[in-house]
Design a protein around this ligand. Structure first.
Ligand code: F3S
Length: 658
């Protein structure tokens, strides 16, 4: 049997380990990306590691998420990130250039290469046949050292696409259909490889929408072949010389298969508060007043997305009760929309054009009104994601979002255009984009980079280093959480909170701020503590502050029914031991404030079974460590930074500290 595309890429980057699903495999990483609201800790970690320069082929620092300078913190962060990038040989995508995933896929991605990015939607670059994986910031710092990165060898699922999308149906509906079928945990430990005659009909930006939201299924990554469509896209980006055909073998062996008939799809909608809560829009029973419509983001901010939305809005106006905003994904898309007249159509219809940044997607502006309904083309609708826990977020395609903005309630493109909906099929990606890299700053030559002074404003504090686990742990439960706690719940999004992420002592005061406002003070008073949670703990964004802040507040372990992949990695990296209930029924017996004891922690960690006694309720239970050998080593070392330094000395990349 032949190889899938994913397997081919892993094979070509293989260093050691096993390529059996579920086992550790160590691979070479070619490229990394970071973005402003997570990256300060990444570069502080890289600084602490002590290497002079990133050892990847390409590393990019994107200043794209928080462009709302409400005080000195974010501009200070941007100056730090720019100077750190200059020092360490990293590209900078300046504020206003566009959203990291769109920039990466269009300007840096190369078929067959491996990208690790400090953002959960990094798989977007899978659209051009690059294996692109979202990880925590400490992992990006590790990848930048050039040492092989650990990956749990994924199962590879063939998604066979047939037919073609009907006008008014968007690639967003394909990925919402995937979410409807497999759910928010369905992709755990998997790479979805989209192939077939239907895949060939999708443009690269459409493929990006699909690979982007594989993150919402918990997938390790999603990927499309690098075929003729990718070749044309890269030529349109003046990067045809970087194109390499990358296809699965015709007789490729997959771990599982599924089929989607694109022709049969209709407009779908994800209801609050999970992206897999998906139904056809035709089945919506109620049509309440919508307060906000947001089009754009890294999921649906492409040229075709906005051109189609503009055609729906043409000769109409946004309803007077709706605030409709557009977050176009890059400068080159913006210019193309302007040239082709689509920007005029959007503005004439009353759409408010925002900065070319993430903005509302991570609650940086456009928080909905009290109890308001927001309809968005972005990728997450968790409670609180929009900056308020009393609003409701619905996820749809740009065509449906535009129709909703006109009607003031849920609607599809067909509701507005009727049989003229076919006009949407006339929109195609440009044969040549406005390529302009003047907002990218290339790495300095080494000798000049060495002279750069990294500028740290007063908000940029140190990276806290965790303690090694103790042999005897006796502490209280500081939080008893439910299912699906997201990293947004742990570390709230929004302009105000995002600007605090370089200052852990300050940010940690707001840990769990919207979920349990007393948590921070409680954990601080307890000194050390354990978090207990239900299923899918730490889902959503890759932000490692959701591990660093609890660690700073003294949290030693998380015991949950299940833990999301990226967050589990972040917990390990930052010295919090992630454990699972062997018997989920034990979760019910534990309450906030219970005193838990682990007597022989260091001995039991390598056995992957730890006996925990609830001294308050007087019972004992077993917690499992679902960790590989390599992860156990990091846990015992007291986190990734301590571990990595040992490894770099062993490899001869770093000198031993005196
Ligand atoms: Fe930005 Fe939202 Fe994408 S925060 S990177 S637009 S998921």
């Amino acid at each position: 049997m032949g190889d899938s595309l994913t397997k081919k890429i892993i094979k070509s980057h293989f260093v050691k380990g096993s390529m059996k699903p579920g086992q550790d495999v160590f691979i070479k990483v070619d490229q990394t990306l970071t973005h402003d609201i997570n990256a300060v800790m990444t570069y502080l970690a890289f600084e602490q590691i002590g290497l002079k320069r990133a050892r990847t082929e390409i590393s990019v620092s994107n200043l794209d998420h928080n462009l709302l300078y409400i005080d000195n913190k974010t501009p200070d962060d941007h100056i730090y990130l720019r100077t750190a990038a200059e020092k360490y040989g990293v590209y900078v995508s300046r504020p206003g250039n566009g959203i990291c995933h769109t920039i990466h896929c269009s300007r840096f991605a190369v078929p067959g290469k491996v990208l690790m990015g400090g953002d959960s939607h990094t798989p977007s670059s899978g659209a051009v046949g690059m294996l692109s994986i979202g990880v925590g910031g400490m992992d990006v710092a590790t990848a930048m050292t050039g040492i092989p990165m650990r990956l749990t060898m994924p199962e590879i699922v063939k998604v066979n696409l047939k037919g073609h999308l009907q006008p008014g149906v968007n690639a967003k509906d394909v990925v919402l259909e995937m979410l409807r079928r497999v759910g928010i945990k369905g992709g755990l430990g998997k790479v979805y490889e989209y192939v077939g005659e239907g895949a060939a009909t999708l443009s690269v930006p459409e493929r990006m929408t699909i690979t982007n939201m594989g993150a919402e299924m918990g997938a390790t990554s999603s990927i499309f072949p690098a075929d003729e469509t990718v070749k044309k896209f890269m030529e349109a980006e003046d990067r045809g010389d970087k194109y390499v055909e990358m296809l699965p073998d015709p007789d490729a062996d997959y771990d599982a298969e599924m089929d989607i008939d694109l022709s049969s799809l209709q407009p779908l909608i994800a209801l609050p508060n999970q992206p897999d809560n998906v139904i056809p829009m035709s089945e919506l029973k109620e049509h309440p007043t919508v307060a906000q419509v947001f089009m754009g983001s890294c999921t649906n901010g492409s040229y075709s997305d906005f051109a189609k939305a503009a055609l729906v809005l043409k000769d109409h106006h946004v309803d007077e009760n709706v605030q409709c905003t557009a977050g176009i994904a890059s400068r080159q898309i913006y210019k193309q929309l302007m040239k082709d007249g689509y920007l005029d159509m959007l503005i004439d219809a009353g759409v408010r054009i925002l900065e070319l940044s993430c903005g509302p997607c991570c609650a940086i502006g456009q928080v909905p009104p009290t109890n308001g309904i927001a309809v968005r083309t972005s990728n997450r609708n968790f409670l609180g994601r929009a900056g308020s826990r009393n609003c409701s977020i619905y996820l749809v395609s740009p065509e449906s979002a535009a129709a909703t903005a006109i009607k003031g309630t849920f609607a599809t493109a067909e509701d507005i255009l009727g049989t003229d909906v076919d006009i949407l099929a006339t929109v195609h990606e440009p044969a040549h984009y406005f390529v302009d890299d003047s907002m990218l700053i290339a790495p300095l030559p080494e000798e000049e980079a060495e002279k750069v002074e990294v500028v740290k404003g007063p908000n940029i504090q140190y990276l806290p280093i965790p303690e090694k686990p103790a042999e005897h742990l006796l502490c209280k439960v500081s939080l008893k959480g439910g299912d699906n706690i997201s990293t947004d719940d742990i570390t709230p999004a929004g302009a105000e909170f995002s600007s605090m992420r370089s200052n852990i002592p300050l940010m940690s005061k707001y840990c769990y701020n919207r979920y349990d406002p007393e948590f921070s003070e409680r954990a601080r008073e307890m000194g050390k503590s354990i978090i207990v949670a239900g299923e899918n703990y730490g889902q959503g964004s890759s932000r490692e502050h959701a591990a660093i802040n609890p660690m700073y507040l003294g949290v030693k372990c998380v015991i949950a029914k299940s833990i999301a992949r990226i967050h589990k990695g972040n917990l390990i990296n930052h010295g919090i031991v992630p454990m699972l209930f062997e018997d989920p029924a034990d979760y019910e017996k534990i309450e906030l404030g219970d005193e838990l004891e682990i007597l022989h922690f260091l001995e039991e960690i390598p056995t992957r079974r730890v006996t925990v006694t609830d001294k308050t309720k007087k019972f004992s239970f077993t917690a499992k460590l679902d960790l590989s050998d390599a992860q156990i080593e990091v846990v015992l070392a007291g986190g990734q930074l301590r571990y990595l330094k040992q490894e770099l000395v062993k490899e001869g990349i770093l000198e031993a500290e005196a």
